[in-house]
Write a protein that binds this ligand. Structure first.
Ligand code: GLN
Length: 447
């Protein structure tokens, strides 16, 4: 059914980068045999999955939507890919994204942009835009994305689906092509909250292959879905519900708060005064980490190698000049500058200090509240081409999602209505560290 749906709709959506029909059918056949032999089925038995193309899959092409990795076929599975297979899911395809996960519209893909299934003149968001669009178009039972500054939640909001960024360390990053290692997390994009709980259950947990994965017990997320929100205290940051937020988005989120209130929760406005610094802080830190992480793509160890270079330095230069797109180059330059001697204290170190202030804003609110709730994005999806020439405008779109990554907290985006342009609106529930159970419970009760 997934393969058929790809054939039927992906010509218009363009979410899929690589698919191996034969391998998918073989996996499915092996599951049929398992069923016949009455073997244990596993948590995700027979469910088809599409994975963002920065998650490595053994034998299935993985490019992070970069021309530089255009011929890369991994020899191993990421821990999450392996865990999905262990749970008897069927990994069918790899999905389009902004190159190396840098972007918010999928227009930075090295290959082609993905389109929003609700209206194909609009972007699906990014960088996990392929994963969100494919979910909205029901090409798979679920998809995986990665979120460094909002890349699961923002496209989920733009495409009217559910996107969960787990706590930093909850899900192994082994086999995730690194963008910014202190921020990156893999998570599910699904059609509803219950499915998100199932997929998180399958992929969460400590992994000795990832030294930043946390040795914290994984609770039973499915039994957390009680429908109960009585007594829950919700904080709504005034910095993320007032000025700068589209009135239709604000009204939808306020209506959702009213609904939660009628179910027994309470809410009040809170202040997170350092929110305005989150975007510059993130773009300094993420670019610095990226400039270091992307140093490995030199044409020698991975991917495509430039031809006709006369010496080693020229080989590096030509490979990187030809292989990377302009947004990736911009970030490598910005990050290299911020880390360089003489500028390090003024930019990188200062950004780290501001990161601590942003973390403290969250701690202050969580001293009195169980959950933070606000829009996922300031506006609904924008038109293809609308912001592509103005990177700063594109960066400012991330204001509602970035603070969560800087603090390493879990957050879920769920649909909460439609704007008059017919496009979906998303709201975001942010939880305490390792308390995915609460945000799943409340999101499920609302849904
Ligand atoms: N839009 C943000 C960026 O361009 C977030 C990306 C992400 O989460 N991977 O960096």
């Amino acid at each position: 059914a997934s393969l058929q749906q790809i054939k039927d709709v992906d010509g218009a959506i363009k979410a899929v980068l690589h698919v191996d029909e034969e391998a998918a059918l073989q996996q499915a056949k092996a599951l049929d045999e398992r069923l016949a032999k009455e073997e244990e089925m596993g948590l995700l038995y027979g469910l088809t999955a599409g994975l963002k193309d920065n998650i490595v899959t053994k034998g299935l092409r993985t490019t992070a939507a970069s021309k530089l990795l255009g011929n890369y076929d991994p020899v191993y599975d990421a821990t999450v890919s392996q865990k999905l297979k262990d749970a008897n899911a069927v990994v069918v395809a790899k999905l389009n994204m902004d190159e190396f996960a840098m972007g918010g519209s999928n227009e930075n893909s090295g290959f082609f942009p993905t389109r929003n299934p609700w209206n194909t003149e609009y972007v699906p968001g990014g960088s996990s835009g392929g994963s969100a669009a494919a979910m909205a178009a029901r090409q798979f039972f679920f998809t995986l994305g990665s979120d460094t500054g909002g890349s699961i939640r923002q496209p989920a909001a733009f495409c009217g689906v559910v996107g969960l960024k787990p706590t930093y360390g909850r899900v192994s990053r082994y086999g995730l092509i690194a963008f910014a290692s202190s921020l990156d997390q893999i998570g599910p994009i699904t059609k509803n909250v219950e499915d998100a709980a199932y997929v998180l259950q399958a992929i969460a947990g400590y992994d000795p292959y990832d030294s930043t994965s946390a040795d914290v017990e994984v609770p039973d997320y499915l039994s957390a879905l009680t429908g109960e929100v009585k007594g829950l205290r919700i904080g709504v940051p005034k910095e993320l519900i007032g000025e700068g937020i589209d009135p239709e988005v604000r009204e939808s989120v306020l209506a959702a708060l009213k609904q939660l209130e009628s179910m027994g929760a309470t809410w009040s406005e809170v202040s997170m005064p350092h929110t305005e610094y989150a975007v510059p802080t993130y773009y300094l830190l993420a670019s610095s980490e990226a400039s270091s992480n992307l140093a490995r793509f030199d044409g020698v160890r991975y991917g495509v190698r430039a031809e006709n270079a006369d010496n080693l330095i020229e080989l590096y230069k030509e490979t990187r000049s030809q292989g990377f797109g302009s947004e990736v180059k911009r970030r490598i330059m910005l990050g290299t500058y911020a880390l360089s001697s003489g500028y390090y204290d003024a930019y990188y170190k200062k950004a780290q200090q501001v990161r601590t202030l942003i973390i403290q804003d969250f701690q202050n609110v969580f001293a009195d509240f169980d959950l933070i709730l606000h829009p996922t994005t300031p506006t609904t999806a924008f038109k293809l081409g609308e912001k592509v020439d103005d990177p700063v405008k594109m960066y400012l779109e991330d204001i509602c999602t970035i603070p969560v990554n800087l603090a390493g907290l879990p957050a879920i985006s769920i649909p909460c209505g439609f704007a008059s342009n017919g496009l979906p609106i998303g709201m975001q529930l942010v939880g305490k560290a390792f308390d995915e159970a609460t945000i799943l419970r409340v999101a499920h009760a609302y849904e």
